[in-house]
Design a protein around this ligand. Structure first.
Ligand code: TTP
Ligand code: MG
Length: 481
């Protein structure tokens, strides 16, 4: 119970007391609103339309319903007629949002009328380029604006921790990127695999206005801004960020004063700006040279390769993911080498902090290039470089191929490969590709391949993807070539 809607009087359309309408009416009442059953009965402050049930494209039918409920002159009323999404969003953000972005434009000619002109020119079916695999894109997509805006929406949902919505957007974007004809209407969009009614509507809005009202609302929302701010702290996820917002935290200073922060979160606050900045590719390359130089002091045979977005050709990277291995080395041998490396880079001043060391094959750190090496980044003054997030992943030699696939990503590409393995009765993880063998009720995994990256893809019946071709995710920022 809150007083969010105290003093407001809502008229629901449809005006029934069943299904979703009943739930939303209860939601409104729980937050202080009064429900009107007709327009004239009380001074209605908002008309809330279920846009999934009432086709807002048919404005005439909606106007007729409103008239029946007592709203005589639509043109003269100041009462906002909005989609019920407004109510849901207000409750979810715990604030009274402006209605402007949810207003149903009753002055717009109805779809029926518009249809007359569009009937002459029947809408074409969108054409999906079937030569492309999921994750691939048509060149010069006619739907690039929609893809970009939907990507931004997905990012908003990611910030808010709404994983199922992110997935829905990813699926829709994945298909839309493979469509070679313009998708401009709801009826075209809804035919596409992975596109549901909500996203189809958005595609139509973007195509019509080159804009999406809900995106502006989400970006402007205080809740989303705080989620972004708090999740920018290393070690803070959706659950903690939400908890802090609920507890009334509104700034990083508020967080600094908390006594319940983990060591990693304290470091996250200390390096907040540096760790939220993407690292130029050229700087990553110098880190690679430096780390290889230091590793050679420990053992000339150790190799450090950067995986992650760097290997996929990114111009900027969120962090530096080193894959560390040595011919014929076991995990134990690499761990001993790593202990030596830690001592060496600590003494040299490169290692600034350790975030996690308890996972046996991973060392997560913050590191800065020493002045002489930092100078190579831009040829400027001899200063210490910025503290960067640097991860070291220890990989036994025989698992190199599987580890390379895993740590190169991207995450979505990995998921697709794992799914492909499953369909072939196999399991793929960072240590190898395994066949699932059933012994009665028991199940065991039999190694098929772990060393050769190309062989793993071929065993999965997937054509060889160069690392640059593995950028399927929606949040990638800028890429070479
Ligand atoms: P990240 O460093 O998190 O991702 P990235 O390098 O692709 O992007 P960024 O520039 O933002 O650093 O992880 C490295 C790789 O590890 C990633 O490309 C794929 C793999 N990975 C997964 O498969 N699943 C996961 O959940 C994570 C975190 C990583
Ligand atoms: Mg990375």
């Amino acid at each position: 119970m809150t007083s969010l809607f105290l003093g407001l009087k809502f008229l629901f359309i449809p005006n029934s007391k069943a299904g979703v309408s009943k739930i939303r009416q209860k939601l409104a009442v729980d937050h202080g609103a009064q429900i009107c059953s007709a327009f004239g009965e009380t001074s209605t402050t908002h008309v809330l339309v279920d846009t999934k049930v009432v086709l807002t494209a048919n404005t005439e039918a909606l106007i007729r319903t409103l008239k029946k409920l007592g709203l005589r002159d639509i043109a003269k009323t100041n009462v906002p007629v909005v989609g019920q999404e407004w109510l849901v969003q207000c409750v979810s953000k715990s604030e009274l949002l402006p209605t402007a972005n949810y207003t149903i434009d009753l002055a717009r000619p109805s779809a029926k009328k518009r249809k007359v002109s569009s009937l002459r020119k029947a809408e074409s079916r969108p054409i999906v380029d079937t030569t492309l695999e999921p994750g691939e894109k048509v060149l010069d997509s006619p739907n690039q604006t929609s893809v970009d805006v939907l990507n931004e929406m997905a990012e908003q949902h990611r910030i808010n921790g709404e994983a199922y919505k992110v997935k829905a957007y990813r699926n829709a974007i994945d298909t839309l990127q493979r469509v070679s004809t313009p998708v401009t209407s709801y009826s075209q969009a809804i035919q596409l695999e992975g596109v549901g009614p909500a996203i189809a509507k958005k595609i139509e809005e973007i195509s019509r206005t080159h804009h999406l009202r809900q995106l502006d609302v989400s970006k402007g929302s205080r809740h989303t801004q705080l989620m972004k701010l708090f999740k920018g702290i290393y070690g803070v996820g959706t659950v903690i960020a939400k908890k802090w917002i609920d507890e009334g935290m509104t700034s990083l200073d508020d967080i600094k004063n908390r006594t319940d922060l983990t060591d990693a979160q304290r470091l996250g606050l200390q390096y907040y700006d540096e760790w939220n900045e993407r690292i130029p590719r050229s700087e990553c390359t110098i880190h690679a040279e430096y780390v290889q130089y230091m590793l050679n002091r420990v053992d000339p045979l150790i190799e450090a390769t950067i995986g992650g977005s760097y290997r996929r050709g990114a111009k900027t990277c969120g962090d530096i993911d080193f894959i560390v291995t040595k011919p014929d080395a076991t995990m134990e041998a690499l761990q001993a080498d790593m202990d030596n490396l830690i001592d060496t880079i600590k003494q040299a001043g490169y290692l600034q902090c350790i975030l996690h060391h308890h996972v046996k094959n991973k060392l997560l750190t913050g590191c800065s290039l020493p002045p002489l090496w930092n100078k190579k980044v831009d040829g400027q003054g001899e200063e210490w470089g910025k503290c960067r997030r640097v991860d070291f992943l220890l990989v036994p030699w025989k698992e190199l191929g599987a580890a390379m696939i895993y740590f190169t990503g991207d995450d979505e590409f990995n998921k697709k490969l794992r799914y492909r393995a499953q369909k072939h009765g196999m399991v793929l993880n960072g240590t190898g590709l395994y066949k699932i063998v059933r012994d009665g009720s028991k199940e065991r995994h039999e190694l098929v391949e772990s060393f050769d990256e190309k062989k793993i893809m071929s065993l999965l019946n997937v054509k060889w993807h160069e690392p640059e071709q593995r950028n399927t995710g929606v949040f990638d920022i800028a890429w070479n070539g």
